[in-house]
Design a protein. Sequence first.
Length: 135
Amino acid sequence: MATRTKTQGLSKTLDNKYSNTFRLADKAYALDNYVRSQIANNIPNMHRDIRIHLLEEMYKIAQEIYAASFTVGNVRRKHLTELKIHLTLADMLLRQVYDLHCVKSAKLEHVAALLLEMKTITYGWAHREETAKKS
């Protein structure tokens, strides 16, 4: 019985460690799932180019998060800059979807909140990287 408690404690510690490390990746995964299930399906075929570009940006966001996670120095800062660009492009595409009036505004507000959280984390991470470079 003591072994079971010890194993559960270790599992909880590892979960906390990795959830802090990949918090941004978890948010990107949640954003991608929500966009695929609630937003992209409601964009009419007449505007499929917006749907395609939106899904491409979701993929590029995840790609840049993982690339920045596994690199250091100037390369990491480059990936963080690219991540900022893709987050901003996704925001622009969601504004276009809003203008089409094909998705409920509550769903778009949820996606906007997820994007805002991701932007906040990304800008904080980039700021820490710039500060570390200077010192």
